[in-house]
Design a protein around this ligand. Structure first.
Ligand code: NAD
Length: 356
């Protein structure tokens, strides 16, 4: 009672300066956020496969959020980092499945995902009885592979019933956002598959991202991601082309970027992920295009977009032009550099000194 009266009398600034002994008073006065919601028991143990640029950060955010995480990657350099942090590391995807209620994969492409699911010692190694009730693939892959895997999983059974789930479910849940967003836990998930499973898995998505958007049945998350990355490739190439032209016409990229960012050319590629070395700190262009989203991954996504456009019978002039540019960049030895390197290595744009 006395503490409540005190709280109503004291301004917050004074409450904050109270010594630790006054914990009870501090607690009442505290402006800190409430504790995170309790993790539902059917999501407690999570297996994470694919600890590259994105996956390592996503797995870290799950660990920070309190999930019991088990990991696997074919690259022992990355798994060693996790075992040094005390995270259980498994030798095969099957071992991960045997230890987890939920398994998340974050792999380069469709063939890697198929291998992890159906290859030797893969997630489905034991046949049609699975320990996990939920399998989430966040890799960017073709919608047909997502649909096929979803159908395969729906023919399996769970070893032990978890909550209401007797049949395991697969969601395709690729992400938008760079490595920076993966680190900050601010990714956007685009999710295809059972809506009920999507709703049940939402706490997981929101531990790694700022939003999760339900797209429809199996494969629609993958389809949405391909469309997103097609638009991204074209906008990055458009910004790079315009900034490089600007330099040739005597307008610096820094000046043009300032104009774009408060004009109709404003977009993520100019405002948050500028491709010109020296214009913005903390993005791949400022560190010789290292880290980030590799050109070979963008080339892969554009191949998926071209294939999807062919299947849908659509015209795709910008898709095929962008595909050609990224193919050329990869063949020129830039496949591991961030996709914004088109500015320097395709358009021959120039670096600019910071704070020009
Ligand atoms: P990455 O190449 O950095 O990481 C992939 C990881 O998968 C590597 O650690 C690799 O060793 C591991 N791996 C490959 N085959 C494996 C197998 N059979 N078993 C276990 N592990 C295996 O790729 P990334 O940049 O983290 O991207 C992962 C996915 O996310 C891709 O599909 C990509 O298109 C998508 N994506 C990437 C970004 C980005 O900015 N990097 C953004 C959005 C989406």
């Amino acid at each position: 009672m006395a503490i409540r009266r005190l709280r109503s009398l004291l301004p917050l600034s004074i409450c904050k300066s109270l010594p630790f002994q006054s914990f009870a008073i501090r607690r009442f006065c505290s402006s800190s956020p409430p504790p995170p919601p309790r993790i539902p028991s059917f999501l407690e143990s999570v297996g994470f496969i694919g600890l590259g640029n994105m996956g390592s950060r996503m797995a870290n955010n799950l660990i920070k959020a309190g999930y019991r995480v088990t990991v696997h990657d074919v690259n022992s350099d990355v798994t060693n980092k996790f075992s040094q942090m005390g995270v259980p590391t498994m030798k095969t995807p099957f071992e991960v499945a045997e230890a987890s209620d939920v398994v998340i994969t974050m792999l380069p492409s469709s063939s890697h995902v198929i291998d992890v699911y159906t290859g030797q010692n893969g997630l489905l190694h034991a046949g049609r009885v699975l320990r996990p009730w939920l399998l989430i693939d966040s890799s960017t892959i073709d919608p047909q592979t997502s649909r096929n895997l979803s159908a395969t999983i729906s023919n399996c059974h769970v070893k032990e019933r978890k909550g209401d789930w007797e049949t395991p479910v697969k969601l395709d849940a690729p992400v938008s956002g760079s490595v920076i967003a993966a680190e900050a836990g601010s990714l956007t998930f685009m999710v295809g598959g059972s809506e009920e499973a999507f709703l049940a898995a939402k706490p997981l998505f929101l531990s790694m991202g700022k939003s999760a958007i339900y797209c429809g049945g199996a494969g629609t998350g993958s389809a949405a991601k391909i469309c997103n990355n097609l638009a991204l490739a074209v906008s990055m190439l458009g910004v790079s082309e315009a900034l490089s032209l600007g330099q040739s016409l005597g307008v610096s990229a820094s000046t043009l970027t300032k104009i774009f960012n408060c004009s109709s050319a404003h977009c993520w590629s100019s405002a948050s992920y500028n491709p010109v070395p020296g214009v913005m700190e903390g993005v791949p262009s400022s560190r010789d295009y290292q880290g980030g989203f590799a050109s070979k991954l963008m080339a892969k996504d554009l191949n998926l977009a071209v294939e999807s456009a062919k299947q849908a019978g659509c015209k795709y002039p910008l898709t095929s032009q962008a595909q050609e540019i990224y193919r050329e960049l990869c063949m020129g030895g830039h496949e591991a550099r961030d996709f914004s390197c088109a500015f320097r290595h395709y358009y021959s744009g120039m670096d600019e000194p910071l704070d020009q």
